[in-house]
Structures are given as structure tokens and as C-alpha cells.
Write a protein that binds this ligand. Sequence first.
Ligand SMILES: Cc1ncc(COP(=O)(O)O)c(C=O)c1O
Length: 345
Amino acid sequence: MNQVNIDLYSDTHTKPSAAMRQAMAEAEVGDEQQFEDPTVNKLCDMVATLLGKERAVFLPSGTMCNQISFRVHCRPGDEIILDFSAHPINAESGGPPALAMAQTRAIHTERGIFTADQVQEAIRPRRRHSPLSRVLSVENTTNFGGGAVWPVEQVAAVTAVAHENGMASHMDGARLMNAVVESGTPAGDYARHFDSIWLDLSKGLGCPIGGVLAGSDDFIEQAWRFKQQMGGAMRQAGIVAAAGVYALEHNVERLREDHENARAFARAIAQIPGIALSHDRCDTNIVFFEVAETGLTAAEVAERLAGKGVRIGAMGPSQMRAVTHLDVDGDDLAAAAQALREVLA
Ligand SMILES: Cc1ncc(COP(=O)(O)O)c(C=O)c1O
């Protein structure tokens, strides 16, 4: 395998910094299952406060945050409404039907941001033959929608429709802090519209592991049951929670740099013959682009780039995705754009 010098495959590919590792090494720890790990408790308190919720729980992954939430909200045969591009539909191994025994109903949009009217249309009539529309799930930012940020007014509108129809509301906040930094909307202003909401530590925040799920006392009590059942209850987890505490204290504001870098990269590659940006705007740290006009497949372009030490993911036959994060700077992005120009020359 070629050596990867510039990795734009995903913001999950960050490595913990020296300072983060130091915080991890010095973490006070205890038995997380017994609520005796002071660092995990601190992280959960920080996130509950940030999101204005009664309680939070530390989980090994964002996928588990989504899946446990759906299990708490749904009964077998219920339906979860989300965007067609949403992570639980596309990249969680069929979790909703397998674990919550709930089916999904997709709303089709350009970038993962739907309207109150679309939610209303997707909600089933209450009759014995139909599944019960049970949860509305909103992804902020949208991953496969190219990092788009939800305006908080639109969040208020879509969740109001859900609540009026007796549904729960859930936010997949894998990149919530990217949305917060970009929009200037405080995390709590997003969170107050949701019955369950989580943020991922292992993406732009630069931690090796973990997500934190927040909600009411009662919701988290039920989430703990499933965490235990699914094998997500941990022991001296403070060693990784310390990375989360560090990240929330040091790595949030700097997400702006990732967004600036992504926009500069998008501008640079838009000049390359054969490349077409998939979206008209780059809101945060994700850039999707099409290579069909180059005469090469996305996989072929990815392979050529790898030969130059640049990793960019092929997301479809002709679509690629580059994601900026704290382990790549402006020079890396300029070099990656130049590498793309060279492999297509
Ligand atoms: C929008 C979204 N939701 C959920 C997840 C799952 O997070 P994790 O990789 O921590 O399981 C991801 C991961 O890429 C994501 O992008």
C-alpha cells in the first residue's frame, strides 16, 4: 500500500494529538458501569449542560447512539422518518430493522435538509394497516448531503410537525459542533427541539472513540438498559472520555479552519477540467465532487491519487468525497488539489 501523507478520506481518520494523549494518560478512572468513573461522569455532565438536557450517556460510537435512541423510541413495526441520505439508512448495517425492529421511510432531498411539508407528507395516516410514524430523525450536518447545516428555524418547523403528530424527535449530531460553529446557533438552541440528541467525539473533534447521547432522565435510564444489553457498558472508560473532555475544551472553535480549508479546496478543484462540484455551496468540512467528465471512474482517480500519497474516497462510480479535519492544514489541501490536477492531466 502507498504511504498516505494527506488523508481526506474522512474526519474519522484523525489521530489523537500529543496533548490529548497526555490528558488520556492522566485521566482519573473508575468503573463506568457503576457510575464510578469521574472522567466519564465529567464528560456526560459537560455534554448534558452543552445541550441543555437532564442527562447524558457515553457510548462507544455514534452508530450506537442512533441505534439505542431508536430502540428507546420505537416499538416493533414502527416507522422512523429520515432523509434518503441519512446514515442509519445507508451505513449502519440495517440497524433500525435489526435492532429497533422499526422500518425507515425516506424523504428525498438534495442535501439532506427537508421541509415541514415533506415531514407532514411522510407521516402515515393513523390506521391499523399502516406502520406507526414514531420518530423523526434529523442529521446535522448532513454527511452524504455534503456537510449542509440545518437552519435552526427549519429544525423548529420540522420537529413541531413531528410532535404535533405524537412522534419523538431525534438528532444525529455526528457533526453537530461543525453546525454550531458555522451557523452561530448555540448547541442548546438546536437541542431543545429534540427528545434525543448526540454528538460524536471521533470526527472533527479529533478523539479516537466515542459519542455522547443526551436526553431526559427517563430517556437516558432506558438508553442505559440497551447500552448494557448491547455490550456498550464499559469499565475504566475515563481513559477515552478524557479525550472527549479535552476535545470539547480545545477543538471546537478550530472547526472553522476545517470549513475554510474545505472551501478553499472546493474552489481549487472546481478549476480542474473534468471536475464538477456536487453541491453549489460548501458549508462545512465535506466536499463531494463528480469525475465522470474526466473519463475515469472515481475508483481509478482514488487509486491514482493514492500513488501520490493523497487519500480521497470514491463514494460511487463517479463521485468522490474529501473531508477536512484537524490533521490537515491549508498547505495539505493545496497539495491535494495539485495532486488531483496532476493525475487528471
Ligand atoms: C451522520 C453520521 N451519523 C452517524 C455516524 C456513525 O458514527 P460512528 O462512526 O461513530 O459510529 C456517522 C459516521 O460517519 C455519520 O457521518
